[in-house]
Design a binder for this molecule. Structure first.
Ligand code: CO
Length: 134
């Protein structure tokens, strides 16, 4: 069901420092910060030849990233995103297998303008999984 790895998202305490590290130390193509108020994050996209990295930093008081950084002050991998062809079919198949879909269970429009869903980390070895309809 799952296809390509779309991105790995890393929550970072200092967005500017993290972006500079990826650009200057790791030599990656780093894009300008993008505010995503609907998701409570500011995102920096990093293009790699085979996937993307998303640096996530809290935006606003209700940011879901703030709680993660409170528990992981140095930052850490927040989620991984797999592509699926049909997000509704994927959701229904996963639910039938006992996996929990976060929120209402209805896809939302993610940072790339495509429908996304999140799966409960406790059902996936402690890893928050995002599905994106590619
Ligand atoms: Co993501």
């Amino acid at each position: 069901m799952i296809g390509r790895l779309n991105h790995v998202a890393i929550a970072v305490p200092d967005l500017e420092a993290a972006a500079a590290q990826y650009r200057d130390t790791l030599g990656a193509v780093v894009r300008a910060p993008q505010a995503e108020p609907a998701h409570g994050v500011t995102v920096v996209f990093i293009d790699l030849p085979n996937t993307k990295i998303e640096l996530l930093h809290p935006l606003g008081a209700e940011s879901p990233i703030q709680g993660f950084l409170d528990k992981n002050p140095a930052g850490g991998i927040h989620h991984i995103c797999y592509e699926v062809d049909d997000i509704i079919a994927a959701r229904d198949q996963l639910r039938a297998a006992g996996a929990r879909v976060l929120g209402t269970g209805e896809p939302r429009i993610g940072a790339h303008g495509k429908p996304v869903l999140f799966l409960h980390p406790k059902d996936f070895n402690g890893c928050l999984v995002e599905l994106e309809q590619a």
